[in-house]
Design a protein around this ligand. Structure first.
Ligand code: FAD
Length: 379
C-alpha cells in the first residue's frame, strides 16, 4: 500500500477507528484532536454516555480484528421494553431469531479505539483544533497551545463531527450542497443508579422506552449496573424544557408521566439542572470529496439518534473504505469518489429513517394497532 501519509481530523469514534484501519493497511497516520486526551482528563460529557452498537458497526470492528475486545464491553438488548403510565411492561423483541443490539459506553469505546490506533503506530496530536484546510495541497491549519501550525499530508479525512472544520471549508466553495436541520425536540441525560445491593434496577437486556406521544424517556444499561436515561422533549412551547424551569415542576412532571422510573431516580432533580440540554441536528451534504480530502462519519452525515445508527453508519463508512482499499490497493481520488458514490445514498436513507423513528418510538410503540401490525408482520 506504500507509505502515504494520511491525516485524520478528529479522534472521536469514527476518526480513531478509521486511523486504526488505515495504519493496519500500511499507511503512516497522524490523528489530530481538538480536545485533550480523554484517557488522562475528565472531559465534560455533553453527549450520550452510552450508545447502541449494531451489526453494521460490529462489521467494521471485525474488519480491524477488535470485535472480541469490544463485545466484552457490551450489554445485549434483545428488544424494546415499553413502560406505560400505569407501570405495565411490554417487551417487543427486535427479531424472531434472538437478534439484539448492544449497549456500550461511548468513552470506553473511544478510549479502546484510541489505544488500538496508537498500538498500530498512529500518532495522536491532542489539543489541536483544526481551523482551515487547503484541499489541493492538501494541508490543515491548527490552533494549539503554542499558537498556529500548518501541517501537510498526502490525504486528509475530516472525521471531526457534526460541526466539522473540513466541511466548513467546503462551504466556501462552489457547487457544495449543504443543509442543517434541527428538530423541535432536544434531550437531557439522567440516571437510574444500581440498586443498593448492586444490581440493575430494571431489566438489563432491553432498551427501555416510556412513550408519551410528543415526547419520551429512554434508558440503556451500563456495565456498572446503572442506566443512562435520556429525556427527548420539546425545546420550546407549553410543555417543554422551558416550562420545566424549577425543581417542583420537574419532580411533579416526572411523577405524573414516568412514575415507575422516577421512583428509581434519587438524583433526578440535581441531574436535571446539572446536566446540559442539547439540540438534535441532521446534516446532509454533497460532495464528500474535494481535492485530496474527504468527509467521514458525522462530518458527512450527522443524524438524529432515534435509530441508534449515527456511529454505526460512520463505522460502516470505514468498513466500505477498507473494502475499497483492498480492491484498489492504494488510496487515490478514484477510490474516494467510489466511496462517496456508495455511501451518500445510504446516509440519506438512514437520515430519513432516523427522523421517522422518533415518531415510532415516542408514539407508535404504545399504539395497540401498531403492535398488532408488527405481530402480524412477524408471522
Ligand atoms: P464525533 O463523535 O462527534 O467525534 C468528532 C471528534 O472530532 C471529536 O473528538 C471532536 O472533539 C473532534 N473535533 C471536532 N472539531 C474538531 C476540529 N476543528 N479539530 C480537531 N478535532 C475536532 N449512534 C449510534 O450508532 N448509536 C446510538 O445509540 C447513538 N446514540 C446517540 C445518542 C445521542 C443523544 C446522540 C447525540 C448521538 C447518538 N449517536 C448514536 C450518534 C453518534 O454519537 C455519532 O454518530 C458519533 O459520535 C459520530 O462519530 P464521529 O467520530 O463521526 O463524530
Amino acid at each position: 500500500m506504500g507509505k502515504k501519509h494520511i491525516m485524520v481530523l478528529g479522534a472521536g469514534l469514527v476518526g480513531s477507528l478509521l486511523s486504526t484501519m488505515l495504519a493496519k493497511k500500511g499507511f503512516k497516520v497522524s490523528l489530530y484532536e481538538r480536545r485533550p486526551d480523554m484517557r488522562k482528563t475528565q472531559l465534560d460529557g455533553g453527549r450520550s454516555i452510552n450508545l447502541a452498537l449494531s451489526k453494521r458497526g460490529l462489521k467494521a470492528l471485525e474488519q480491524i480484528g477488535i470485535d472480541h475486545k469490544v463485545k466484552k464491553m457490551c450489554i445485549p438488548m434483545h428488544g424494546r421494553m415499553i413502560h406505560d403510565r400505569a407501570g405495565n411492561l411490554q417487551m417487543q423483541p427486535y427479531g424472531m431469531n434472538g437478534e439484539f443490539i448492544n449497549s456500550i459506553s461511548r468513552a470506553g469505546l473511544n478510549e479502546l479505539l484510541m489505544n488500538e490506533a496508537e498500538r498500530n503506530g498512529v500518532k495522536i496530536y491532542f489539543d489541536h483544533k483544526c481551523t482551515d484546510v487547503d484541499f489541493d495541497k492538501p494541508e490543515a491549519k491548527f490552533e494549539n497551545e503554542q499558537g498556529e501550525v500548518t501541517v501537510g499530508a498526502d490525504f486528509i479525512f475530516g472525521a471531526d463531527g457534526a460541526f466539522s472544520a473540513l466541511r466548513n471549508a467546503y462551504l466556501k466553495t462552489p457547487l457544495f450542497n449543504y443543509s442543517q436541520q434541527y428538530i423541535t425536540a432536544g434531550y437531557k441525560e439522567l440516571v437510574i443508579p444500581a440498586t443498593p445491593d448492586g444490581d440493575f434496577a430494571i431489566a438489563s437486556n432491553a432498551l427501555h422506552i416510556w412513550p408519551r406521544g410528543s415526547y419520551m424517556l429512554i434508558a440503556l444499561p451500563n456495565l456498572d449496573k446503572s442506566f443512562t436515561v435520556t429525556l427527548f422533549f420539546p425545546m420550546k412551547g407549553q410543555t417543554s424544557f422551558e416550562t420545566l424551569s424549577h425543581k417542583e415542576a420537574v419532580q411533579e412532571f416526572f411523577e405524573k408521566e414516568f412514575a415507575d422510573a422516577t421512583e428509581l431516580m434519587p438524583t433526578l432533580v440535581d441531574d436535571f439542572f446539572g446536566n446540559p440540554t442539547s439540540g438534535l441536528v441532521t446534516v446532509r451534504c454533497n460532495p464528500w470529496v474535494k481535492g485530496k480530502t474527504a468527509l467521514i462519519g458525522d462530518a458527512a452525515h450527522a443524524i438524529v439518534p432515534f435509530y441508534g445508527q449515527g456511529m454505526n453508519a460512520g463505522f460502516e463508512d470505514c468498513f466500505v473504505l477498507g473494502q475499497l482499499l483492498d480492491k484498489h490497493e492504494d488510496l487515490n481520488r478514484d477510490l474516494l469518489k467510489e466511496y462517496e458514490a456508495l455511501r451518500i445514498p445510504d446516509a440519506e436513507a438512514i437520515a430519513d429513517l432516523a427522523l421517522y423513528n422518533f415518531i415510532e418510538m415516542r408514539d407508535k410503540v404504545a399504539d395497540p394497532q401498531f403492535i398488532l401490525q408488527k405481530k402480524i408482520e412477524k408471522r
